[in-house]
Design a protein around this ligand. Structure first.
Ligand code: C2E
Ligand code: MG
Ligand code: MG
Length: 763
């Protein structure tokens, strides 16, 4: 093409030069000489050739021009087609806005198609476009366009919403530029528009997903197909304590807690492979090493060819859930108002306790405590105060029972249950029930109100009165009904017999207290003789209770009750003082007496104050301590040998005599016996009863006597009722004797008489 154009150019120059030369020749020849025919012909031929060449040239040039024009037109058409194709392929619509007065706009068919219209429907002016803008955005968008045209610089790029024919909004991205004339005045505004609704949706989704990824409280971990960690989110770092730098490039194995077996992981991976997903509880470790329970969902992401591209693990920290599970279990087992064990947990404990009791063949006790007339408090003072009272009652009960191995539960509005394994006799149960009732009676101060309440208690001892938890509770409940029926503020056993006994004991306890105050106790004295010469050498002070209705009550009927409720300490001290005062009297009367023995209960023996009390009494009465003998039972000593040993040593320092009562029943060891600072062993009367026929008792009595003489202790036999018993003991060289055969316990006057009689005999 270029070559042709060059040839034509040179040929044209040649033709012009030739034509110029011919014309010059012709003018010169015409001026200088007449034209010859030949010259004229030659000239004419030249002119013809020139004309022909020129014509040819112009024809060629014209053809070339046409060809070129056609080619250009074809090129333009192709370009236009290409542009159209490109625009169509990209779903881009063309718009071309003439900025003349008519403001007509060309909207390509694709443009109109984007919005669901044909070109005819859409229209071809600026108003047509404006009408399809979202009404609420119309003014703003149009203002932006007019500003752009006015400013006239740069590229226009705007995203806005237009209404589709179906009235749904579509996101349109429009970009274009101004075409200006030679004077720089914008004449057209041209550009393309694209529906980006879907893209925008995806973008929005991605943005949302990213926001979720970044802000979710769930940890997210993404691994690639080699199980290398490629991404984690901030929550992951927060939960595990690992920063991205510490985990990216690693494998999730670094979080293993060691709590799961290899089989666990195998089943996880096979579930993932099979279902593309796994969910479950998994225990990993935080950076601190702390075990982290997680609920994890792992999903496989495959590429278009079906190969695993990523694993996405999303997990939540369920340690708080675990905590709340334990909280739930707390709620399931404890009463919310008082924090005490609730009914379901109580039954569990009761079942366990029942099993133990059956195995160990010993009784335990359930107390079912119901507050009397609690409903009245709720109704008159309101439920809030009622609740506070229940809390206060619960606290008080917990305090009462704190030294016992018990379960304290609240099983109903105003119903409490105590399981007490250490309470294994009706006596102890009655004492405990009484104590609870007395304590509940004490006023409660709530919100400056003094509230009074009483309790009724149903008692069931198991397994004797119930072999299943349900039965025990049922029986406790029927015992409670009995207690309520008998006027409330009292207790009842399931068995009426026990109730009667227990109530009797309680009555005795309260009367005994009164008796002490009223000085209604009395001392009897039983004489003690030497076995050899039957000489009266001393006596044992034995307490009696002078009951206004029941007459003289023997100690076995009230001493055990006094031991249970602690009154025994007062009794022992009273007896001691009384006996010492009597010794003093007899001494003043010059009556012959080596000693008076006073019984000391195990509770008094375990009281560290005992030596002090004795010293005080000795001092107050002024007697010679040698005349006082204290009897402690072998079992009391053996209960707590070390502390007994210490107390006995302290007592001995006071110069008094010490005897071990009921010897032979307490299983004391010889080693222990040797070290005890006592003077005397009193053979328990159970070994004397069957003398001299029972071979075993004979052997025991002989052994005790041998023991006494080998460690230098005096031996006294008690409960001698017959002459045979007396003679046998005499033959065995028993030093002292006491029993009905010698004399029964007798009132002071009688004993005084005995003493003076012995003086007479002696004289
Ligand atoms: P104990 O200290 O072993 O007293 C001896 C008990 O045997 C006395 O019973 C006495 O009356 C009884 N007895 C004496 N000779 C015979 C006999 O030949 N045959 C029979 N069957 N019994 C005989 P008592 O007075 O009823 O006292 C019972 C127990 O009560 C005493 O046993 C003692 O453990 C306790 N006791 C009595 N008085 C007191 C006291 O003032 N303080 C304390 N702590 N306990 C006392
Ligand atoms: Mg005694
Ligand atoms: Mg005795």
């Amino acid at each position: 093409m270029k070559l042709k154009r060059a040839l034509l150019k040179y040929f044209s120059i040649y033709a012009l030069l030739t034509l110029g030369w011919l014309l010059a020749n012709y003018i010169l020849q015409t001026a200088s000489a007449p034209k010859s025919q030949a010259t004229t012909s030659a000239l004419f031929i030249h002119i013809l050739i020139f004309a022909a060449l020129s014509t040819l040239y112009w024809l060629l040039a014209l053809r070339q021009y046409d060809k070129q024009k056609n080619l250009q037109q074809a090129d333009a058409q192709i370009s236009l087609e290409r542009l159209k194709l490109a625009l169509d392929a990209g779903q881009k619509g063309l718009w071309d806005w003439s900025l003349n007065e008519q403001q007509d706009v060309f909207f390509s068919s694709t443009y109109c198609d984007i919005l669901g219209f044909t070109q005819q429907e859409f229209g071809n002016n600026q108003q047509a476009w404006q009408n399809r803008l979202l009404p609420e955005e119309r003014e703003r968008i149009y203002r932006n366009v007019t500003r752009f045209i006015a400013e006239g610089d740069g590229n226009y790029d705007s995203t806005y919403r237009m209404l589709h024919k179906d009235n749904s909004p579509r996101w349109i991205r429009s970009h274009g530029r101004l075409i200006k004339n030679a004077q720089g005045v914008p004449v057209r505004f041209i550009g393309i528009a694209q529906d980006i609704t879907a893209q925008r949706g995806t973008e929005e989704q991605l943005q949302q997903a990213n926001a979720v990824f970044e802000s979710t409280h769930e940890g997210v971990l993404i691994t690639d197909h080699t199980n290398t960690i490629v991404h984690i989110n901030p929550a992951f770092s927060k939960i595990t304590g690992y920063s991205p730098e510490e985990v990216l490039g690693q494998t999730p194995r670094m979080f293993k807690s060691g709590r799961h077996s290899p089989e666990f992981y195998q089943s996880l991976w096979s579930a993932l492979e099979k279902n593309g997903q796994w969910s479950g509880e998994i225990w990993n470790r935080r950076k601190t090493g702390e075990v982290l329970p997680q609920y994890q969902t792992i999903r496989l992401i495959r590429d278009e060819n079906g190969f695993v591209a990523y694993n996405v693990a999303v997990f939540s920290d369920i340690s708080t859930l675990k905590d709340s599970q334990s909280e739930l279990s707390y709620l399931a087992h404890y009463d919310q108002l008082t924090g005490l064990t609730n009914r379901s947990q109580l039954y569990e404990r009761l079942k366990t306790s029942l099993r133990t009791s059956i195995e160990q063949e010993k009784d335990s006790t359930v107390f079912l405590i119901d507050l009397d007339h609690f409903k009245n408090i709720n109704e008159s003072l309101g439920h809030s105060l009622g609740d506070q009272l229940l809390q206060a009652v619960a606290q008080r009960m917990a305090k009462i029972l704190k030294n016992q191995s018990t379960t304290l539960a609240r099983t109903g509005a105003d119903e409490f249950v105590v399981i007490c394994e250490s309470i294994n006799t009706p006596e102890k149960a009655a004492a405990m029930a009484h104590y609870i009732i007395q304590e509940t009676k004490q006023p409660f101060t709530i919100n400056n109100n003094q509230l009074f309440i009483s309790a009724s208690i149903g008692i069931c001892m198991y397994p004797r009165a119930g072999s299943t938890a349900e039965e025990v509770m049922r029986n406790a409940d029927s015992a409670l009904s009995k207690a309520k029926a008998s006027g409330r503020e009292t207790f009842a056993f399931y068995s009426s017999e026990l109730t009667a006994q227990a109530l009797q004991r309680l009555r005795i306890a309260s009367e005994l207290r009164q008796a002490l105050d009223d000085n209604a106790l009395e001392l009897y004295y039983q004489p003690v003789y030497t076995m050899e010469a039957h000489k009266l050498v001393g006596g044992e002070a034995l307490v009696r209770w002078n009951h206004p209705e029941r007459g003289l009550i023997p100690p076995n009927d009230f001493i055990p009750i006094a031991e249970e409720n602690g009154l025994i300490m007062r009794i022992d001290e009273w007896v001691l003082r009384q006996a010492c005062m009597q010794i003093q009297t007899w001494q003043e009367q010059d009556l012959p007496l080596d000693f008076i023995a006073v019984n000391i209960s195990s509770r008094s023996l375990s009281n560290p104050n005992l030596p002090h009390t004795v010293a005080q009494v000795l001092q107050d009465t002024g007697i010679n301590p040698q005349h006082l003998e204290l009897e402690v039972t072998e079992s009391a000593v053996m209960d707590d040998p070390d502390s007994a040993d210490k107390t006995l040593k302290d007592l001995r320092k006071l110069g008094i005599r010490l005897a071990i009562d009921d010897f032979g029943t307490g299983y004391s060891s010889l080693a222990r016996l040797k070290s005890l600072p006592v003077h005397k062993l009193k053979i328990d009367q159970s070994f004397i009863n069957n003398l001299p026929s029972d071979i075993e008792d004979i052997a025991i009595v002989r052994a005790i006597l041998a023991l006494g003489s080998s460690i230098g202790l005096e031996v006294q036999a008690e409960g001698i009722e017959t002459a045979e018993q007396m003679r046998f003991l005499q033959l065995q060289n028993c030093a002292l004797g006491q029993g009905y055969w010698f004399g029964r316990p007798m009132p002071t006057e009688a004993f005084t008489q005995l003493l003076s009689d012995s003086l007479t005999v002696k004289a």
